[in-house]
Design a protein around this ligand. Structure first.
Ligand SMILES: [Zn+2]
Length: 430
């Protein structure tokens, strides 16, 4: 990516290899109730071991237990790693997305360096992305990756929506971005095992090869989706966001049409005596109304209003630069022309950019994103830089040279600590 250069001070090799052995049950982490109410700078999703969950009849009973997911294990007795395993569901998926995924993973290099997070193909793929998710031995908690860019309803095998609905995948359960969709962490409430940890990606296809901007956009979007699968939620949906954000729901595409349907109420969700204005207000602020009449609003509405996410912790600082924050014109009726913003900053009235930068080539994880990952995948005995990532001391200034490898790609890139926050207050707190 353009933000990277060849300067280097520190060499770090990240090998995305299948050699990493990881055993369920090897983790020793326990859930600490006091952590969930602290001021740790992290958005936290609770994790549970898949196998442990399967032993419990009532998923609600798992809540008080202490089984984090993904599993933490040791690599050759040295580095502690928390592995996000993935596989592709078929050839088209692997062919189209493997290289892009390697680029997106390399965008997490700094976060991986300061935490225990690690991305790799499921061991049972044996280092070959063309050993697919239905192969013997692929774990239940392995992330299933689907290329949803070339769906063709006339061909059953590429009609991904119908195919996966038929297979029992719950496409309606998880944050979605246009035609990309990922479960936020391991979705332990889904009754379909294979769909509990999934990523549908529809922002990249072969026609885009050679189009630099499309590649940067797709890489950025894939990094955002990877943020979801490791457990991060949308920053712009946090319960206190109204202090920081102006949400113009009326600028969302489809809003006008949705409004026209409210009095007729074909989905029969409003109480009879509810006035038109009350229904309009409910459209962008309540789960049932938005889901029925304006589903795209679900990705913008405040989480506490939606009642979808219960277990999360936010930083004290609001992070406008987070890769988990939508830009101003996403979903807008003026998306093409840069008019009618859906989201605006409240602190300076300015627009929001994906990854905190107007130049998509410079898209990168923010300080806040890295702090969250460092917290969520906390290193048991952090060195100075890992300590810094937790927000305890200043960020380390040194760039690092990182080598990323998997079965298809092998390239080196230099990553820098995240740039300064666009918010002075956030800078102080981090
Ligand atoms: Zn999202």
């Amino acid at each position: 990516m353009a933000a990277f250069s060849t300067r280097s001070l520190l060499i770090l090799t990240l090998l995305l290899s299948p050699a990493l052995a990881c055993f369920l049950g090897a983790h020793g982490l326990t859930r600490n109730a006091s952590e969930s109410t602290s001021n740790r700078p992290s958005t936290e999703k609770r994790w549970y071991s898949v196998h442990q969950l399967d032993q419990v009849q009532d998923p609600a009973a798992v809540k008080g237990e202490s089984y984090p997911w993904p599993v933490t294990c040791n690599r050759r007795g040295k580095d502690t790693v928390t592995v996000l395993k993935y596989c592709f569901v078929g050839q088209r998926d692997a062919d189209n997305l493997n290289v892009l995924l390697a680029h997106a993973i390399s965008g997490y290099a700094y976060a991986m360096y300061v935490s225990t997070l690690w991305f790799q193909l499921d061991d049972h793929c044996k280092g070959n992305p063309h050993v697919y998710c239905d192969s013997w031995g692929i774990d239940d908690d392995t992330l299933r990756i689907v290329d949803s860019s070339t769906a063709d309803p006339s061909e059953p095998e590429t009609d991904w929506v119908n195919y996966y609905l038929r297979e029992g995948w719950d496409l309606d359960n998880g944050p979605g971005d246009g035609n990309s969709l990922a479960s936020a962490g391991y979705d332990y409430y889904s009754r379909f095992k294979a769909g509990r940890h999934r990523l549908f990606f529809g922002h990249w296809n072969k026609d885009m090869i050679g189009n630099e901007e499309a590649r940067y956009t797709a890489t950025a979007t894939l990094m955002h989706e990877l943020g979801h699968v490791i457990g991060l939620l949308h920053e712009h949906q946090r319960p206190d966001r109204d202090q920081y954000l102006q949400f113009n729901c009326h600028n969302l595409e489809g809003y006008k049409e949705a409004k026209e349907q409210l009095m007729e109420d074909v989905y029969n969700i409003f109480p009879k005596g509810m006035t038109y204005m009350e229904r309009v207000n409910a459209l962008c602020t309540t789960y049932d109304a938005a889901k029925a009449y304006l589903p795209q609003a679900l990705d913008f509405a405040r989480d506490d209003k939606m009642g979808v996410y219960q277990e999360q912790v936010y930083s004290r600082s609001y992070d406008y630069d987070s890769i988990m924050h939508y830009p101003s014109y996403m979903g807008s009726i003026g998306a093409e022309t840069g008019t009618y913003p859906v989201l605006m900053r409240k602190d300076n009235g300015g627009p929001l950019y994906f990854g905190g930068t107007p130049d998509i080539a410079e898209f990168e994880l923010s300080r806040g994103d890295i702090a969250r990952i460092a917290q969520l995948y906390r290193h048991p005995s952090p060195n100075a830089e890992q300590q810094a990532a937790l927000g305890l001391v200043k960020w380390a200034p040194s760039p690092m040279r990182v080598k990323v490898r998997d079965a298809v790609v092998d390239f080196e890139t230099t990553v820098f600590p995240p740039r300064a926050s666009s918010t002075a207050a956030a800078k102080r707190e981090l």
